[in-house]
Design a protein around this ligand. Structure first.
Ligand SMILES: [Zn+2]
Length: 572
């Protein structure tokens, strides 16, 4: 997922309030002001100077019950009829699953309260069940190794999170879509809503016959019955519940293809009036596919597709597996939002194929997808583009550590600092080892899930280096960045000139970082020399001896570190 960033100054905040008061106005992206007001709270804006879609993640910890970790769902077979005029759904969900380890146990599923349940069977026979507190459960199951649970229900899905199930309209036509991340799949279907319980999926959506439904995987069937049409989509690749989506609208469909190791179908769904703009903007997908296949390995979902469905989530884009959702404002026709398309495509390697073991590992999704943006710009435009992209991701990141973040699950720290950690890992292990790590990580965990510890272990085994302290400082414990105050002294010693750089780590956390520091010594004739030093103590001195007078020193000239260097020589 990627949400738009807005940089606020005091002036723009005042302007924002004025516009808000007047009402009815539109931002230049054409998004209604009132939606910003709904989604962003004042604290976010003031705290970061940037606004991000905010969502409390306090519920995540108590969203699942221990029994759910003893369940392995193998397949979801979802049939859903949309009744937009009543904002209701009629559904039947058949889950195939098994109990891990123990042969008997409780079958507990996430399922939001409020639906009317008209049928509940286990292995074909009607059973009693408990449906309360947003769970549906059948206790003390004793039967075949593999169980079939079928639940028939109807009602209005509760709209939670980022807008988990929306009945909207576009130009007087219904537009219905889902947006599950992170824990809202159960607002519209019963599921074991745990990131690492991936399953296969078949989903059949029935709606008025003038509406088209896009979903995950491949379209296997379209059946017309009276004034209704049913689109059936199936995927043979395991999918996490948060990546399951439907998008139903008066879509225009257009197709393209990309040739990599095989021919990949590109399957695009856009709202009326968007076709020509979308054709131009979506071209970036092919460039990104080429880049990522070379850097990471083959696209994970050959045989199915890469797709995009425009939807009316006003904040950004979401990497629904093989059918990324993009907000209408992202289709501009001028490629202005390439970074969103690049980011969501990258998630198909990082997040979708290699899923997060739990939401504590969210940086493995968002940090990787964000760094992939920088890698894309480096791939096509060289090192200067890499550096400027990384500079655009810089920040102070004091709010949370990366692993098991406090507060918002999707804060800029998770995205931008996550990207920086990978950039610094690259400096630690060297370019060729770094890209070998990415390829092996993908190869080892694709179609499954990986934890932060899995990534660290793999990085250590590929590089042959102990990276314990690196990940402890940057991922598990440390908040913020490296802050170094330094003083430069130069003097003559015989025929040589000495340049001393005395450094003090003045980090806001207790951490003393251990990092490779490049220093550029610039001479009066304009030429320069770069040397690398290992900085590993709170106070450290570098002494550089040369035959010429050094005019200037530049610390970290290639922007390899998430660090602030402050020359305090004049403050002595
Ligand atoms: Zn993302």
């Amino acid at each position: 997922m990627k949400v738009k960033k807005i940089h606020f100054s005091i002036g723009t905040i005042i302007l924002f309030i004025v516009i808000l008061t007047l009402g009815g106005s539109y931002l230049f992206w054409g998004t209604r002001i009132s939606l910003y007001y709904d989604l962003y709270n004042t604290n976010d804006i003031i705290k970061g100077g940037k606004a991000y879609a905010s969502m409390q993640n306090t519920r995540i910890d108590d969203y699942t019950l221990p029994a759910q970790y003893n369940i392995n769902i193998l397949k979801y077979d979802i049939s859903i009829e949309l009744i937009p005029e009543e904002k209701r759904i009629n559904s039947a969900v058949l889950l195939t699953g098994m109990l891990k380890g123990e042969k008997t146990g409780d079958i507990v599923l996430n399922f939001h309260d409020g639906f009317e349940i008209s049928g509940f069977t286990i292995n074909g026979s009607e059973e009693s069940y408990i449906y309360q507190n947003n769970f549906i459960r059948f206790d003390n199951y004793q039967g075949a190794d593999t169980f079939l649970v079928e639940i028939k229900y109807s009602g209005t899905p509760e709209n939670s999170g980022f807008g988990s199930f929306e009945f909207k309209t576009f130009e007087d036509m219904p537009m219905i879509y889902s947006m599950n991340e992170p824990i809202y799949a159960s607002t519209w279907f019963p599921c074991n809503d745990i990131t690492n319980d991936k399953a296969l999926l078949k989903i059949a959506v029935t709606a008025d016959s003038n509406l088209v439904t896009a979903s995950n995987g491949v379209l296997t069937d379209i059946i017309q019955s009276g004034s209704k049409k049913t689109y059936t989509w199936e995927t043979n690749y395991p999918i996490s519940t948060y990546l399951i989506c439907i998008a139903t609208a008066d879509y225009t469909n257009f197709k393209d293809y990309y040739v990599g190791i095989d021919t990949l179908q590109l399957d695009y769904y856009v709202l009326p009036g968007k076709l020509e703009m979308a054709k131009r903007d979506f071209e970036v997908n092919k460039k990104a596919l080429k880049c990522f296949e070379e850097l990471f390995g083959p696209y994970p979902f050959y045989g199915e597709k890469y797709g995009i469905a425009e939807f009316l989530w006003n904040d950004g884009a979401m990497e629904h597996q093989t059918i990324t959702g993009v907000s209408s404002f992202l289709i501009s026709g001028n490629g202005f939002f390439d970074d969103f398309y690049i980011h969501e495509l990258a998630h198909h390697w990082w997040g979708n194929a290699v899923g997060p073991d739990s939401w504590k590992d969210i940086w493995l999704n968002e940090g990787f997808a964000t760094y992939s943006e920088a890698l894309y710009y480096e791939y096509y435009n060289g090192e200067a583009a890499l550096i400027s992209t990384m500079e655009s991701f810089a920040g102070s990141f004091e709010d949370t550590r990366l692993y098991a973040p406090e507060g918002f699950l999707f804060s800029e720290t998770i995205y931008d600092k996550g990207a920086w950690v990978l950039h610094m890992l690259r400096s630690e292990v060297g370019d060729s080892t770094f890209f070998k790590i990415l390829k092996e990580y993908y190869q080892t965990f694709k179609y499954g899930n990986a934890s932060t510890a899995d990534f660290i272990n793999l990085s250590e085994s590929v590089s042959g280096k102990s990276l314990n302290k690196f990940f402890k400082d940057w991922v598990y414990e440390g908040k913020g960045i490296i802050n170094v105050d330094y003083i430069v002294n130069d003097y003559q010693q015989g025929d040589d000139y000495i340049t001393d750089i005395e450094m003090l780590q003045a980090n806001s956390s207790e951490i003393v970082y251990n990092f490779p520091l490049e220093v550029r010594f610039v001479y009066y004739d304009g030429h320069s020399e770069d040397y690398s030093y290992r900085i590993n103590s709170p106070v450290q001195k570098i002494s550089f001896r040369s035959k010429n007078i050094v005019k200037e020193v530049r610390l970290d000239p290639r922007t390899r570190l998430l660090a602030q260097f402050r020359d305090v020589s004049s403050e002595e």
